[in-house]
Design a protein around this ligand. Structure first.
Ligand code: G3P
Ligand code: MG
Length: 340
């Protein structure tokens, strides 16, 4: 019948436009689902008068888990169907670093327990170190507490870091212990050849590359006021490094608003849109400095919603969006009205 044909044809006809949804502050706030998110995603999954789906990705500065796990989490919270290939996490584009570092010892910082260890291994980094392993090796690294056993990597008991030169530091998600992680990152950066416990002569010459997966100063959860994000942690690390060495920390950042992340998301959208990059991409976000700045700079349309970080009247003064909506459902309806 017509419905099965339409359903069939929707698989073949690439769409001229697509969406990129931020997660925190747009679809969810911590453990709370934003009610309008459910209907917004359902509309794009076919529950609309168009008789076809509209492609979309989730484009978040969040992470610390696999794309599969995030897809399941959001699908369950919104009671919709989102596939892992539609999910771009803060560290998803960092898979491009695997060739360069796959056989080096890489310190991966942040996230819950050893989840980022698993993510990095899953990407193809073969020798992944996490701060808890170093802390477990010598508890005096950070004498104020001991790491819990379930946060250690499988080989933790056999790792002697006096013999393990670390070749790079990558932050995959928010630190759960800023003090401990700033200490260990500085230990690596200021060491001889990345060997923790050594002190290089001239610490103003930085040899160990540092990568951050997001620069969010703040982000939106169920708490009524935004929380500090990875960007604030980075500022804290930079400040201590500057005080200790007199020079500025050099690092590379991924995530919104940086172009690398948008190029990666466009590739994903092309793949889920039957190989055709959509002519127009609408980014929906709650953080002007990340979601709106990044989309505007990359030539996408941007829609700022009021359910997260941004709570001022009117549009963002620093990073004005194409359009401002109350919430994500209003944003989807606005775009469909423009496009259809
Ligand atoms: O750690 C997550 C936070 O930085 C922001 O995530 O989804 O608002 O980009 P999101
Ligand atoms: Mg957000």
């Amino acid at each position: 019948g017509i419905h099965s044909y339409r359903a069939f044809s929707s698989k073949l006809t690439p769409s001229n436009y697509a969406f990129a949804f931020d997660i925190d502050g747009v679809l969810i706030k911590g453990k709370r689902t934003i009610p309008e998110a459910r209907s917004a995603i359902r509309m794009l999954n076919g529950d609309n008068a168009l008789g076809r789906k509209v492609p979309f990705v989730l484009l978040t500065n969040g992470g610390g888990v696999t794309e599969q796990a995030k897809a399941e989490q959001i699908s369950n919270m919104l009671d919709v169907q989102i596939s892992p290939e539609q999910v771009v996490l803060s560290h998803s584009p960092m898979q491009a670093l695997v060739d360069q570092y796959k056989d080096k010892n890489v310190l991966v910082v942040g996230g819950k327990d050893r989840e980022c260890f698993e993510v990095a291994k899953g990407y193809g980094f073969n020798n992944v170190i996490i701060p808890d392993d170093i802390h477990h090796w010598q508890s005096s690294v950070w004498p104020f507490r001991h790491p819990s056993r379930d946060s250690l990597s499988p080989d933790a008991d056999s790792l002697d870091f006096s013999k393990i030169p670390i070749g790079a530091v990558m932050m995959f998600h928010d630190s759960r212990d800023w003090g401990r992680d700033i200490q260990i990152m500085l230990d690596v950066i200021c060491s001889e050849n990345g060997v923790v416990g050594t002190q290089k002569g001239d610490c103003t010459v930085q040899e160990i590359p540092i990568y951050f997966s997001n620069n969010d100063i703040i982000w939106s959860t169920e708490f009524p006021v935004p929380r500090l994000g990875q960007g604030s942690f980075k500022m804290a690390l930079e400040s201590v490094y500057k005080t200790l060495t007199g020079t500025n920390l050099q690092s590379t950042s991924y995530g919104k608003p940086y172009p690398t992340t948008y190029a990666f998301a466009e590739q994903v959208l092309g793949r889920i849109n039957n190989g055709k990059k959509p002519s127009r991409i609408y980014a929906v976000g709650d953080n002007p400095a990340a979601d709106i700045q990044g989309a505007n700079n990359y030539g996408w349309s941007s829609i700022l919603v009021r359910t997260g970080v941004f709570q001022e009247p009117g549009n963002s003064s620093h990073f004005p969006a194409t359009s401002v909506c109350q919430h994500v459902e209003e944003a989807v309806k606005w775009v469909i009205q423009q496009e259809e």
